[in-house]
Each structure stands twice: as C-alpha cells, then as structure tokens.
Design a protein around this ligand. Structure first.
Ligand SMILES: Cc1ncc(COP(=O)(O)O)c(C=O)c1O
Length: 370
C-alpha cells in the first residue's frame, strides 16, 4: 500500500525523534536495567498510598471507569478552589494537548510558541491543518513574550507557553506574563502547559489557576506523570472556565482516563507528605548535580523542573551513546538545534552519582572530551 493514501497532514509530519527508549538501550548495552535520565520521570515512584489505591482499583477492572472522572475533578476542584466543571481529565497531558488543538484550531489558523520546546505542539497543529509559528527563545532560553506578541495576527488562534519550559527548565517572569495577557487581542487563547508546574519553588509565583480566576482566556495543562510519579498510568488534565473548557469535554473520547489511573491520581493528591519529600529530594540533588556538572567544565543553570539543560561542550549524541554502553540514558538536544546540549533528568542520589562517575570515566579515556 502506498503512502499516497495517507492524509496529507499525516504524510507531511516529521517523524518523531524520541529519546532513547529504556528497552532499546537495555538490548544495546546488554545491561539488565538501565538508569533512565532521559524522560523526566519521578525516580522514587508513586506514593505508597497511590500504589495501594491502584491495587484496589484493579479488582474493579471489569467495570468501565467513571465517564468524566468526577471523583478526581472534585478533588482537583477543592485543591485549586475551582468548580469541578472547570476540569477535563484525559490520557496524559499529551492527550490534553491533542484535545486543545483539535478543539480550537481550524485549517490555516496559527499556533504561536517559542522553540526549543515540547514537540507535541508542532505535531498536533500540523495534524489539524494549522500553522505552527515557532519563535526562538531568548538568549537565556526563556519564552520571548514580546516576540510572540509581535507574531500575533488575525489568523492566530492559540499561543502556547510551556512554563516551565521543556527542555530548557526556564520560567517566564510573572510580571511580564501578566502584562502579556492584558495586551492580547480578544481572538487569541493562551495555553499554559504546566507539566512541571509543581516544581516551581518561587514563593507566591502565580500559576495558570490564578490567571483563570482573574478571568484571562487561559487554558492550563497539568500532568500526574512528573511530580506524582504516574507516567506509566497516563493521567493529565486541563483547567479553564466555562466556554473555554466546554469544547474539550465535547471532543474528549469517553473513558479517556482508566479507573486505576484515576484512583492513583486521587491518592497521590492526598499524600502531600510524600510529594513534599520528592520535591525536597529533587532540590537537594539539583544543587549537587549543578556543582558536579560545573566541575566537569559544563555550563548549567538552576532549573524550575526535575531536569537540567546542560551545555556539555561536545556532541551530546555521541556522548549519549557512550553513556548508553554504561547503562545510562540521557536526552541529547540535537533534534532541538542544540547539538552540544543534553537534557538530563534529576535522578535518585545513587543514580546521579553513577552518572557522574561514568562521565568521569569517559573523560579520563578522552581527555579533551568528557
Ligand atoms: C511540557 C510537557 N507537556 C506535556 C507532557 C506530556 O505529559 P504526559 O506524560 O502527561 O502525557 C510532557 C512530557 O514530558 C512535557 O514535558
């Protein structure tokens, strides 16, 4: 069968270049369990309360899940002080990005965001016949809100701000974002992808919830894959008010979140003690890893996430191969146009030390290149 039969918008997609999958790396390196520092997972796993709750939910697997995840929406409503109708739960934040773009973007309409950023904005926009408008981030790797404003025209439908941004770990200045929101033309909706929002440690930093409450046309995206350690369960959600959230409810497939995942998400929200421990550990390891990376001669700044964006001053695709042979996977950033950078997740203390040791060994074998 010929590719000519594919939908035009599918044929024109660039093939997705994922980070190296753990299984593939295990086969390549012949190491039984590789250390995964490429996909920003929680190295400590889900909370024990979430595990117990998911185990109980498995026993009811013969029942369909609740259609719209009312129990989880109630829980989130209480957490953020918003009505349960203001939420849509789906199969991970990836699925929420599909829903937002499928709900809003007509053929020929523009979706504006900065790059490097999460690749799903581009793919989903192209898929519905929209036009991705990609603007470089600033020299310090932040979303350039002024340049985004300049790029907005009458065909712009969405502006997507990944905050904190993947892969750079940066956030937008709150004052700048507020000014930006107040200057937007009425036909433009802002999507704040806060997949890593829970990691922001600046006191009183406003998140999407505040902007929604203040009446700005904002849709906020969150996930249980990162802080809550439920990446394998696939739960994400969108928050927005009234008419903004309604089309997502209409486009969403029924049962887009399974009952085990919903049970895990609810219990995770209840286990605040555990998430605080994960956040504290992430912060401690971040500070330690920055020091270690700098002592190896790399450039790296603080992050507002659970990963670091590091200029390793060499071809990181090759370095990633060498690390893979030693059973460690990191994410080289050549696909984003940053061939000397890598995005490395902040792992557990033990695994972080294994990474540093492996880098030191590689460095001693090739002195000019770590
Ligand atoms: C910025 C951003 N948004 C969304 C997602 C998707 O998350 P999920 O696992 O919930 O699909 C990711 C995953 O890495 C991400 O980095």
């Amino acid at each position: 069968m010929s590719e000519d039969l594919w939908r035009d918008s599918v044929r024109n997609l660039d093939p997705y270049i994922p980070g190296q999958a753990a299984m593939e790396a295990e086969q390549q390196s012949k190491i039984k369990e590789v250390i995964r520092l490429a996909t920003n997972e929680n190295p400590h796993g889900p909370s024990q309360k979430a595990i117990t709750s998911m185990q109980n939910a498995v026993l009811e697997s013969h029942y369909y899940p609740d259609l719209t995840c009312l129990a989880l929406r109630n829980k989130l409503g209480k957490l953020h002080g918003m009505d349960p109708e203001n939420y849509v739960i789906a199969n991970g934040a990836d699925n929420i990005i599909n829903l937002v773009i499928a709900s809003y973007v007509n053929q020929g309409e523009e979706v504006v965001y900065c790059t490097p950023t999460f690749s799903e904005y581009n793919k989903n926009t192209l898929l519905v016949g929209g036009i991705p408008v990609e603007i470089p981030t600033t020299l310090d790797h932040k979303f350039d809100l002024e340049a985004i404003l300049d790029a907005i025209n009458e065909t712009t439908k969405l502006v997507i701000i990944c905050n904190p941004n993947n892969p750079t770990g940066t956030i937008v200045d709150e004052k700048e974002l507020r000014t930006f929101l107040s200057r937007l033309p009425k036909h433009v909706i802002v999507v704040l992808d806060e997949a890593y929002g829970e990691f922001i440690a600046i006191p009183n930093y406003s998140t999407g919830v505040e902007y929604i409450q203040e009446g700005y046309p904002v849709i906020t995206i969150r996930t249980f894959s990162k802080l809550f350690g439920l990446a394998g369960m696939r739960v994400g959600y969108a928050m927005a008010k009234g008419e903004l959230i309604r089309p997502l409810q209409m486009v969403r497939e029924p049962f887009a979140c399974n009952r085990v995942a919903e049970a895990g998400a609810i219990a995770s929200l209840e286990d605040v003690e555990y998430t605080e421990k994960v956040l504290a550990e992430n912060r401690t390891e971040m500070v330690k890893m920055i020091k270690e990376f700098r002592s190896l001669g790399f450039s790296v700044e603080e992050t507002h996430t659970n990963f670091l964006f590091i200029d390793m001053k060499q071809d990181t695709s090759k370095l990633a191969q060498k690390l893979c042979q030693k059973g460690l996977i990191i994410r080289p950033c050549a696909a984003w146009g940053f061939p000397t950078f890598a995005r490395i997740s902040i792992g557990s203390e033990v695994n972080n030390q294994k990474l540093i040791k492996a880098l030191q060994e590689i460095s001693s074998q090739t002195p000019n290149h770590v």
